[in-house]
Design a protein around this ligand. Structure first.
Ligand SMILES: NC(=[NH2+])NCCC[C@H](N)C(=O)O
Length: 582
């Protein structure tokens, strides 16, 4: 192993009295958890259980704990982070939206689309992990853009992220309401929307723990559903389906030949990138949640590795089976709205075609739970980012208020208030408005990911410039800076592909202005924020020598890391390879 890197002063503190390295630990344990103290005390006074849970009037008072940079709780356990990485914010985009994607691109096309976005997000999450282990983030990874790219761009990215989630919440509430109509209950969707909104408010009373626990269980449910779906898929494709269904004899990959692997050729593939991006968006939340974890340095690398499973199991394998079991020219795929009409879910259609009684109902429940969980992720992601913006002076100070239960009170309330937009869907112009919201949020995610990659690239450059070595980085992005270049390059290509279909849409001809902006609205929105940020902060692109890589670095327990690295390099190659993905 390489020589011990230059220690910072902070690290020197750790050189005495270290806990012995625990060889049975599978993930590196770098620094000691400092969570418990935040839980029990606030400004010196011990808090009661219900106050910490956010249920007493006392909980709503302003928190005044010592760590000024992070007033949030640090209570998420590794299991929460792991499940957030595996299944957090998977929902309508995958379960329902993939139907219209299949229709537009064909089974081979969607594999290509989701595969490309998958490789992109894989690199994004690793880049984010490397940065988050180095620099503790309190509530917003857009701060990496501020620090390493350009403060005005950081401003734009922060607000862009808040808006993405603020508009996703009402969207998910509507989808949840519509899942119920699958059972043909004769009750106005407004009633269901209200009910789901109340559920989300109730979860948020418990702050980050409510979010963590809800994501944990809903991800378990999603994981179970996907695994069941794939087992059924294997059986059906091999011909073991019920005798009254489509899969009673060997089926194989025939839909890849007839009607074909690609539906609209190259253009079809280009047209589906944004739907795929929408389905993947939220994967980056694990980096945000790290700020509220007990021991992020230990838990985050482990959680980040789960993203590989998320991409392969949830997206690639499940869509492979979808493509094997549903014809891309199946009329049922043409729902009223690509995301909102649950009957157009290819998972439901596959089960129906197989003649499996009841599976569609089960999937419908899964979809309903997932979309509520994403609504909740929306409240989480939006409120934390808004709080961080306020702390940095990029948003009104009011939103920096964190109460004694560790909840960013006003930011949470304002994002929940955006959920009320769901009711406009009930009016006749509702679906039209939703098309716009959807277009906005899918593309917006691409800007977030691109800037995470760019921030990582800039960080590595400045890191070397200031004379640091790679050994001083506790957790490395798996493909290093090349991974981030790949991620960034893919984001740019996808933006170009989307531009191409925005101008020359699938149906043929040239798009009108409305159609173009529907497909590309996020760009002017981001640009607007960027310009506002520029006039406000009056700063531009940061030169390498201007980038400060030392302030606010996490205290790292180096001897432990060295012990861990030594242990790793002593392993046989196959175990090291396994260690990369498990
Ligand atoms: N920030 C966002 N664009 N969030 C949207 C999350 C959508 C979620 N991935 C889904 O499949 O429904």
């Amino acid at each position: 192993m390489a020589a011990k890197p230059d220690f910072t002063e902070k690290d020197a503190v750790h050189d005495g009295g270290l806990a012995p390295f625990n060889a049975s630990d599978d993930v590196p344990a770098y620094d000691a958890p400092k969570a418990a103290a935040f839980e029990q005390y606030d400004g010196g006074a011990p808090l009661g259980f219900w106050t910490r849970m956010g249920c007493t009037p006392e909980s709503f008072k302003r928190r005044t704990i010592a760590d000024e940079a992070n007033q949030l709780n640090q209570t998420l356990k590794p299991r929460h982070l792991h499940m957030i990485a595996i299944g957090g914010s998977i929902g309508a985009g995958l379960f329902v939206g993939s139907g219209s994607a299949l229709n537009r691109a064909g089974p081979g096309g969607i594999l290509l689309d989701y595969g490309i976005i998958g490789i992109m997000i894989f690199n994004v999450v690793y880049a984010l992990g490397e940065l988050a282990v180095m620099y503790p983030v309190s509530g917003g990874f857009y701060t990496y853009s501020t620090r390493f790219i350009d403060p005005s761009w950081g401003f734009a990215m922060g607000w862009n992220y808040v808006f993405q989630w603020a508009i996703v919440l009402p969207l998910e509430l509507v989808v949840a309401g519509i899942t119920i109509s699958y059972w043909q209950v004769d009750v106005n969707v407004g009633v269901w929307i209200t009910m789901f909104l109340v559920i989300i408010i109730a979860i948020n009373v418990f702050g980050v723990l409510g979010y963590g626990e809800e994501e944990f269980w809903s991800s378990c449910l999603k994981l179970a559903a996907i695994i069941i779906f794939m087992i059924i898929g294997v059986i059906c494709v091999c011909g073991g389906g019920p005798s009254d269904g489509q899969f009673s004899s060997y089926h194989g990959a025939r839909f890849f030949y007839d009607p074909g692997a690609f539906a609209n050729g190259f253009k079809g593939v280009c047209a589906v990138f944004v739907s795929a991006a929408f389905a993947f968006s939220g994967t980056e939340l694990v980096g945000l949640a790290a700020a509220e974890a007990m021991d992020p340095v230990k838990a985050l690398p482990g959680a980040i590795k789960q993203v590989f499973w998320r991409i392969t199991l949830f997206y690639i394998l499940s869509l492979l089976f979808v493509g094997l079991m549903v014809r891309h020219d199946d009329d049922q795929l043409l729902g009223n709205n690509p995301l909102i009409d649950v009957t157009a879910s290819p998972f439901v259609i596959a089960a129906k075609n197989a003649g499996l009684e009841g599976f569609d109902h089960f999937l419908n429940v899964v979809i309903m739970v997932s979309v509520i969980s994403i609504g909740n992720s929306g409240v989480y992601g939006g409120s934390r980012t808004l709080t961080a913006l306020a702390e940095q002076g990029y948003a009104p100070k009011l939103f920096a208020y964190v109460d004694r239960a560790g909840r960013p009170l006003w930011s949470t309330l304002i994002i929940i208030a955006c959920g009320l937009l769901a009711y406009i869907n009930i009016s006749s112009s509702g679906p039209e408005i939703f098309d716009w919201l959807l277009a906005l949020s899918g593309l917006a995610a691409l800007f977030t990911w691109g800037s995470i990659c760019l921030a990582h690239i800039r960080f590595r450059k400045a890191w070397a410039y200031h004379g640091h070595t790679l050994d001083e980085i506790p957790f490395h992005a798996i493909f290093g800076v090349y991974g981030s270049w790949l991620g960034l390059g893919m984001v740019i290509l996808v933006l170009i592909a989307q531009f191409y279909v925005a101008v020359w849409p699938l149906g043929g001809g040239v798009n009108d202005a409305e159609g173009f902006f529907k497909a590309y609205l996020a760009l002017p929105v981001v640009m607007l924020f960027w310009i506002c940020g520029y006039f406000w902060k009056k700063t531009g692109w940061l030169r390498t020598h201007q980038i400060d890589v030392d302030t606010g670095r996490r205290e790292i327990d180096w001897p432990r890391i060295h012990a861990h690295r030594a242990r790793l390099s002593a392993m046989p190659a196959w175990r090291r390879a396994l260690h990369v993905v498990f």
